[in-house]
Design a protein around this ligand. Structure first.
Ligand SMILES: C[S@@+](CC[C@H](N)C(=O)[O-])C[C@H]1O[C@@H](n2cnc3c(N)ncnc32)[C@H](O)[C@@H]1O
Length: 241
């Protein structure tokens, strides 16, 4: 099934949808499956795309053919940086706290916050991953909000968040100014931003860039049991203004 923004199922249509209707609608758009993983040290069934590589190749081929509006489906993979952020949340007082996740993809980090008792708003710039997230949190759907939020374009009105999470969202230079705007728009006074990445070179550049944009920066290293030699970096940002 080709991946495009043409045949989106809009969130507004989903208000009265059952899980069966949602899963069939998603199955018509792309192949997906349940992944049994550990989130917040609990077994959790995460809805994920079955073949992220094929989706990426399909998007590249269509971009090469000149098709406009084809979005890279980087959301379709659950990145290891999310597991690092999950682990780091062990150290954060998060229960009953409003938390915003940006660029959530399949939602591992935001779900980790939700399972620790936070009130989570999971967001991404595209709708398809949000459909999977909606399936993943079906049983806890009263505990979280899911909505599209494009950095620097969309704004959640009348709400700010003491904690903002972003797993592997610093991988493109052109996203940084929009991400900066989005963080400023949504961070509550005295709040903190937690961004994770697998020590990408590009994120080293982001680290320098963001400190020149009035953020105080602290770095943490998280080793994961699956591959301790490749730790995950947590960038903790607070407003320096
Ligand atoms: C590398 S993926 C990481 C996904 C997820 N956080 C994880 O770690 O598994 C980057 C995510 O950022 C989202 N994204 C990219 N550009 C965005 C933008 N301008 N606004 C909002 N989300 C965006 C993508 O759709 C994708 O889900």
């Amino acid at each position: 099934m080709p991946y495009s923004r043409d045949n989106m199922i809009m969130n507004s249509d989903l208000e009265n949808t059952t899980l069966d209707q949602l899963t069939s609608a998603v199955s018509e758009k792309f192949a997906w499956k349940w992944d049994e993983i550990s989130i917040a040290d609990q077994p959790f069934k995460l809805a994920v795309a079955s073949d992220p590589d094929a989706m990426l190749i399909d998007a590249c081929e269509r971009q090469d053919a000149g098709e406009e509006g084809v979005i890279d489906p980087f959301w379709a993979t659950t990145w290891r940086a999310a597991a690092g952020l999950d682990r780091f949340l062990d150290q954060v007082e998060i229960k009953d706290t409003p938390v915003l996740e940006l660029g959530c993809g399949t939602g591992h980090a935001g779900i980790a916050a939700m399972l620790r008792g936070a009130q989570v708003t999971l967001t991404d710039g595209v709708d398809d991953p949000l459909l999977l997230v909606r399936m993943s949190v079906w049983e806890q759907r009263d505990q979280c909000t899911i909505q599209r939020l494009r950095f620097g374009i969309d704004k959640i009105e009348d709400q700010s968040f003491p904690i903002i999470l972003g797993s592997d969202v610093t991988y493109l230079r052109q996203l940084w100014p929009e991400l900066d705007v989005c963080l400023r728009q949504h961070l509550a006074p005295g709040g903190q931003v937690l961004l994770s990445d697998p020590y990408r070179f590009i994120a080293n550049e982001f680290r320098e860039w963001i400190q020149k944009h009035d953020w105080l920066y602290t770095e943490h290293k998280i080793e994961l049991a699956d591959d301790p030699e490749h730790p995950i970096r947590i960038m903790q940002l607070t407003d320096a203004r």
